[in-house]
Design a protein around this ligand. Structure first.
Ligand code: PAF
Length: 285
């Protein structure tokens, strides 16, 4: 496995592989790998000839006061883990390499309207602009035919799919299922912020989603009733400060009163220092 630091070298490697008829897959990440990342890499490894993992903690998706400095980093551990999966290249550029004019002076930004301002966009109004901007850049630097993202970040996935379609990126995007801890907590690099007592209650995001799933399986289609049952679950977890419960369609993220079609139920909550998100998706005939 090779670690690549420059955009020019990375692009050249991918262009050469494609010219030789190879299928290239990219897994964009911010590092500090857990099993969720490894699953994306395994999937890419199974489906592609050449696998590139990008590892870049992108400053433009953090607002002032968010956890950019505290965000966990461990390059050595990450490269070992990627190598154990059989990844071919880790693209790990510096901030200067990605944003030569400085990340704050970055003047071309990619904004996916609508999808970026709901749900997490209410408390993080510039977040998805930063994500769409860096992922557009990564799709140009690593012009792979396939890209892999986790479904845990359902809103991010919807934004990236829209951005890729609207800007004509010729890349096939796969959303891979959320990987969970044995008790159901969705894996996240930010789980390491949780104190033991917070960790115990963090699982209530999953419990609330399970309650929603139970109701849907028993035929409930009214979103208000589902939301109420989720709120009831959260009342048993005083350390979980719920930011939102969203029940919407999974492509346009439009709220649904009555569940039908591709439904996304998503939650965000603060638990101590950590801001956690989770979701489940349902296909309702
Ligand atoms: O999901 C992430 O890790 C990041 O938001 C991404 C997609 C790598 C962009 O920085």
């Amino acid at each position: 496995m090779k670690v690549i630091k420059t955009k020019t070298e990375m692009r050249r490697i991918v262009e050469q592989a494609k010219a030789a008829g190879k299928m290239v897959g990219v897994v964009p990440t911010m590092g500090y790998f857990h099993d969720g990342h490894l699953e994306l890499m395994r999937r890419a490894r199974a489906e592609c000839d050449v696998v590139v993992v990008t590892l870049f903690v992108n400053p433009t998706q953090f607002a002032p006061g968010e956890d950019l400095e505290a965000y966990p980093r461990d390059m050595e551990r990450d490269t070992e883990m990627a190598e154990s999966i059989g990844v071919d290249y880790v693209f790990a550029p510096s901030v200067d390499e990605m944003y030569p004019g400085g990340s704050e002076g970055s003047v071309t930004l990619v904004q996916v309207e609508g999808l970026s301002s709901v749900m997490c966009g209410c408390s993080r109004p510039t977040h998805f602009r930063g994500v769409a901007t860096v992922v557009s850049k990564l799709f140009n630097i690593v012009p792979a035919q396939k890209a892999y993202f986790g479904q845990k970040d359902a809103q991010q996935l919807a934004v990236i799919r829209r951005m890729a379609a609207d800007l004509d990126f010729p890349v096939d995007i796969t959303g891979a299922p959320t990987v969970r801890e044995p008790d159901g907590l969705a894996m996240s690099s930010r789980n390491m912020y949780l104190a033991p007592v917070e960790r115990e209650q963090a699982v209530f995001l999953f419990k609330a989603l399970q309650a929603a799933r139970g109701l849907i399986e028993s035929g409930e289609r009214n979103s208000r009733s589902i939301e109420e049952s989720m709120e009831k679950v959260f009342s048993g977890a005083p350390l979980v400060d719920v930011e939102y419960i969203a029940i919407c369609d999974s492509i346009y993220l439009r709220p649904l009163e009555i569940l039908s079609g591709e439904v996304l139920i998503a939650v965000a909550a603060r638990v101590g220092r950590a801001r956690l998100i989770d979701n489940m998706q349902f296909k309702i005939e």
